[in-house]
Write a protein that binds this ligand. Structure first.
Ligand code: G3H
Ligand code: 13P
Ligand code: ZN
Length: 309
């Protein structure tokens, strides 16, 4: 049981038809729900921390909670920085003991993205830490229905190959039509699988990462709305599309929104159905169970990573 990098996990996943779930963590209940599901399912696991999570919980709390989770469950877990925006935050996380960091230079021009990614790769590799980078923009499909728009925002396969060769990055997040949050598609969901296949064919040894991979399951949106939420017209990536992406080099699947929806639905339901109750352990407890249920579902039915530990 230890904090581990993604090296071994990805090497195994790359040759198979499964991927590792990278779940965003912000507090104790979320962490406990995720690790309990991964333990039951004997699944490899990545816990990821965003800048927003660090600000909310304070870095030291999240680090100690993840250490506690490892001690409690006996799991090997990768602790990953999600969307590090510059060298400084990546360095901080490497120095804190993270085993993986993402440098997200996707908003910068190609050459600048290469420059900052290389800087992070050099520092992280010197410290035994792996690096994920991103190329292309997760703009959302409404911006990309037209082929020209897709070519402007989605990852260019040739550029991806050049980027990986010049930066030495360990894994690459690609833009093929997913986006963050609960409103991913206005019309029919669309992912550019041809592009994904081309990227994978050019860099077959590079594990690919799918951000914005939540499916925004109707059942959970409906339950949130039934108990007072206002989340109209939410739509995510259909689960069959994730299963398909996993067959073409995608080794890491990022999931945050589906955890938020699952937890919110159950906390809302509990509070409405138990107006007499004001013990946070009650509603946070059901929230934790909801996280566990969602993660178990992902591992079994979407990531296919059950029993791969
Ligand atoms: O990629 C975004 C993740 O869902 C993290 O979201 O920045 O609100 O923590 P956050
Ligand atoms: P979702 O918003 O689809 O869950 O994506 C999360 C993500 O990509 C975190 O980096
Ligand atoms: Zn992301």
């Amino acid at each position: 049981m230890a904090l581990v990098t993604t090296k071994e996990m990805f090497a195994k996943a790359l040759d198979s038809d499964y991927a590792i779930g990278a779940f965003n963590v912000n507090n104790m209940e979320i962490i406990q729900g995720i690790v309990d599901a991964a333990k039951d399912e004997k699944s490899p696991l990545i816990l990821q921390v965003s800048a927003g999570a660090r600000k909310y919980a304070k870095p030291v709390y999240l680090l100690k909670l993840v250490e506690a989770a490892i001690e409690d469950t006996g799991l090997d877990i990768c602790l990953h920085l999600d969307h590090g925006e510059d060298f400084d935050i990546c360095k901080k996380c490497v120095d804190d003991g993270f085993t993986s960091v993402m440098i997200d230079g996707s908003k910068h021009p190609f050459e600048e993205n290469i420059r900052i990614t290389k800087e992070v790769v050099e520092y992280a590799h010197d410290h035994g830490v792996v690096v994920e980078a991103e190329l292309g923009k997760l703009a959302g499909v409404e911006d990309a229905v037209k082929v020209e728009a897709r070519n402007a925002t989605f990852t260019d396969p040739e550029e991806a190959a050049e980027f990986v060769a010049r930066t030495g990055v360990d894994s690459l997040a690609v833009a093929i039509g997913t986006s963050h949050g609960a409103y991913k598609f206005k019309g029919t969901p669309y992912l550019d699988f041809e592009r994904l296949k081309q990227i994978h064919a050019l860099i077959p040894e590079t594990p690919l990462v799918l951000h914005g991979a939540s499916s925004v399951l109707k059942e959970f949106v409906d339950r949130c709305n039934q108990y007072g939420a206002k989340i109209p017209g939410a739509q995510g990536v259909p689960e069959e599309m994730i299963l398909e992406a996993v067959k073409h080099g995608v080794c890491k699947v990022n999931i945050d929104t589906d955890l938020r929806l699952a937890m919110t639905a159950e906390v809302r339901r509990y509070i409405v159905e138990h107006p007499e109750d004001f013990d946070p352990r009650k509603y946070l407890g059901v929230g934790r169970e909801a996280i566990k249920g969602m993660v178990a579902h992902k591992i079994r039915n979407v990531l296919n990573s059950s029993g791969r530990m």
